[in-house]
Write a protein that binds this ligand. Structure first.
Ligand code: GLU
Length: 433
């Protein structure tokens, strides 16, 4: 063996074996691939990465400008004023009473989730389909994953019975259950009744719920309910600026704990202090404005929801007519679509799994979506996640101001301001035909 090879092997051995062989996250990969194809002059419809199409509200941008000079390292748990604003935001929005001491600020909720899994020793229960990064994070750390396969006939929702089946096997085992609604990737949310039923089982087995409510403000009717209202002692609410405030690239996430789990917050802060130190100072100051809210932010939210609802329903109707199955969306900006009714036809074209389906769709139509495999679904299931975000949200928000408040944008509006979405939906339907 040559010296060079020896060197390479030494480096290889020093890698964490849990991480070795993992590719970069699917959401970032599809975005980079789409941008590369666009640069090469190809027509691409960017339905891959779930990035908010809307601009950051102007008052929040102004606040960031005013705070660009903030240069100090901030407290590891976050600015006191921001932690207070986040606690009050949850109290105001969902009636969950929390104080600044219960809040942890981080550089994106994704990083906070990683820290939580790092410090908490329990098994992790991940429903499928669910967001692409929960499982890789658990695998990096070496946590045991219990997959909970939900059913399409139940709109891919978690049910208390299915949860209990897992808990019963070893009732005393410490567990962390991930709940995410409005859901990425399905656009579905839970009713008060369903949340109460999940609460009953969670309480019985004393599990910790990580309730990822980052899309809560994008509930189409503005009626998001946090499960922390019913299960306050065991719920950690995850939120941030990325989705409702259009600021994914700012990287600011929040975790809000019950007082009884303060030990977890403190332990996560210890790891944070030895890794990223603290979250960007100017961003934290600007986030205070966002979480305190005001009338212009409310208006921005109401209009964002109207546009997303009209778009979600438009695509849902078109795809359903073409026998591409998906539950009727209730919030956020995703649809989880299933081509199973076209399986025989696709097989004749050489497509037998979701990876091939996504690949062929991109090649033939330029529509970039993510295969269901990245969301924990079996490869032979012909599912894809569609993120309906490829439009200029600033233009759409300006235009909707001229519509009466009781009216949803009609097809003409959508064609004018969300043209890529309408065109790509037609392309998908024609392609399968
Ligand atoms: N949450 C977004 C998505 O699912 C993108 C951000 C990310 O994955 O880090 O597409």
């Amino acid at each position: 063996m040559s010296k060079n090879n020896n060197h390479r092997n030494n480096f290889d051995i020093s890698l964490n074996l849990n991480v070795r062989g993992f590719p970069i996250s699917a959401t970032l990969w599809i975005n980079e691939l789409s941008n590369k194809l666009l640069k090469e002059g190809k027509k691409v419809y960017k339905f891959g990465l779930g990035q908010s199409p809307f601009p950051v509200p102007q008052v929040v941008v102004d606040s960031l400008k005013l705070n660009a000079y903030q240069k100090d390292y901030l407290p590891v748990k976050g600015l006191e004023a921001l932690r207070t604003a986040v606690a009050e935001f949850h109290s105001r929005r969902t009636g969950v009473k929390r104080s600044s001491d219960d809040v942890l600020i981080g550089p994106g909720s994704k990083e906070l989730m990683f820290l939580l899994q790092f410090v908490y020793y329990g098994d992790i229960i991940i429903p499928t389909p669910s967001w692409v990064s929960y499982a890789p994070q658990a695998k990096f750390i070496g946590r045991n994953i219990d997959w909970l396969h939900t059913k399409e006939s139940n709109k891919w929702k978690l049910t208390p019975d299915e949860l209990e089946k897992i808990f019963k096997k070893d009732p005393d085992k410490p567990r962390l259950v991930i709940l995410n609604y409005p859901s990425n990737p399905t656009g579905i949310t839970y009713s008060e009744k369903e949340l109460k039923e999940i609460t009953a089982i969670a309480r019985k087995y004393r599990v910790i719920l990580l309730s990822d409510e980052i899309y809560g403000e994008l509930h189409f009717e503005g009626e998001h309910i946090s499960i922390a209202r019913f299960y306050p002692e065991g719920t950690i609410i995850s939120s941030g600026l990325s989705k409702w405030c259009g600021a994914g690239g700012w990287r600011l996430g929040t975790f809000t704990f019950p007082p009884s789990l303060r030990w977890l917050l403190d332990t996560m802060a210890t790891v944070a202090s030895e890794t990223y130190t603290s979250t960007s100072a100017p961003i934290q100051y600007a986030a205070i404005t966002a979480f305190r809210g005001n009338i212009s932010i409310e208006r921005y939210l109401v209009n964002s929801r109207r546009i997303l609802k009209a778009l979600g329903l438009y695509i849902y109707k078109k795809l359903s007519k073409a026998d591409i199955l998906t539950p009727k969306p209730e919030g956020g900006f995703y649809l989880f679509i299933n081509f199973r009714k076209h399986a025989a036809k696709l097989k004749k074209r050489g497509i037998t799994n979701s990876n091939e389906l996504a690949e062929k769709l991109l090649q033939d139509t330029g529509v970039a979506l993510l295969p269901g495999t990245h969301f924990g679904r079996p490869p032979e299931e012909l599912t894809l996640r569609l993120a309906y975000v490829d439009f200029d949200g600033a233009k759409a928000l300006a235009a909707i101001e001229t519509l009466p408040a009781y009216k949803l944008p009609d097809d003409k509006f959508l064609k004018n301001y969300c043209f890529n979405i309408i065109e790509a939906t037609d392309l998908i339907c024609n392609w399968i035909d």
